[in-house]
Design a protein around this ligand. Structure first.
Ligand code: PEP
Length: 263
């Protein structure tokens, strides 16, 4: 069901009025983690003013260490709902477990399945059944074929609104957190009709490379971007090194414009 062969035309996903895919570009941005009302509202207004239509923000955070900030949970979801009400931005947020799908879906317009859960098939099935659009990250060591088969789970369980998200894979390289696989964009677009979104923030783990990677992603045919933005990245409770500030996000949006027009 995910293959281009079965469905030659690009899928366009309508997220409560915001269309992504088939030439409609989706700009998703916001903090890595929802930290406070002030942080989220400031960021929501800033990314909206710069041109984003979808607000990202983790309420449930899959942290490598159990001693790191784990997210605000239900309070984070409440703040995301407030941000949607105040700005009109649609909400994408991660769901970590099957038991959270129902209540996360009450707030989320798009459920994010993270790299660590990319092949958690029971979670994928529950997410599919929620009726919400799902953004499926590529797993850290996942082959493109496995990623497409994970998307197939979502489609096979009745959910046609699936975004594929490349977020870097684990390689031997240490200068970047992950190795963003831009060839995967072109391949996924060739093999599948689903919109492909790039997450350069997780993809390389370095704010100084995010703009260049976005330009590369757009040139490779990506349908959207998922960008981490924070009012003060140095003080972020998670992944400060890869988040851009408001000025950085404005610069990013301006930098990709000529490439969006060219492709
Ligand atoms: C995130 O986007 O907050 C995240 C944890 O991403 P990933 O699953 O790609 O690591």
């Amino acid at each position: 069901l995910a293959s281009r062969e079965s469905h030659p035309a690009d899928t366009v996903i309508n997220v409560d009025g915001v269309e992504v895919g088939g030439g409609k570009f989706g700009l998703m941005a916001g903090p890595c983690s929802v930290e406070s009302e002030e942080q989220l509202m400031k960021t929501a207004h800033a990314v909206k003013a710069a041109g984003a239509t979808i607000l990202r923000g983790g309420a449930y955070k899959p942290r490598t260490s159990p001693y790191e900030f784990q997210g605000l949970g239900k309070e984070g979801l409440r703040l995301l709902a407030l941000a949607r009400k105040e700005t009109g931005l649609k909400i994408i947020t991660e769901v970590l477990s099957e038991r959270d799908v129902e209540h996360v879906a009450e707030t989320a317009d798009i459920l994010q399945i993270g790299a660590r859960n990319a092949q958690n098939y029971q979670l994928l099935i529950e997410a599919a059944k929620s009726g919400k659009a799902v953004l499926l990250k590529r797993g850290m060591s996942e082959r493109i074929e496995e990623w497409l088969l994970a998307a197939e789970y979502l489609l096979a369980h009745g959910n046609p609104n699936v975004f594929l998200c490349e977020r870097g894979i684990r390689t031997f390289e240490t200068y970047t957190r992950n190795t963003l696989d831009l060839a995967a964009v072109a391949i996924a677009k060739k093999e599948s009709h689903l919109p492909v979104v790039i997450d350069p923030s997780q993809g390389c783990g370095r704010a100084d490379l995010v703009i260049s990677l976005c330009i590369g992603a757009v040139a490779m045919g990506a349908d959207g971007l998922l960008i981490e933005v924070h009012p003060n990245p140095a003080e972020a409770l998670s992944d400060g090194q890869q988040q851009v500030d408001f000025a950085g996000f404005q610069k990013l949006v301006a930098s990709i414009q000529p490439f969006l027009q060219a492709v």
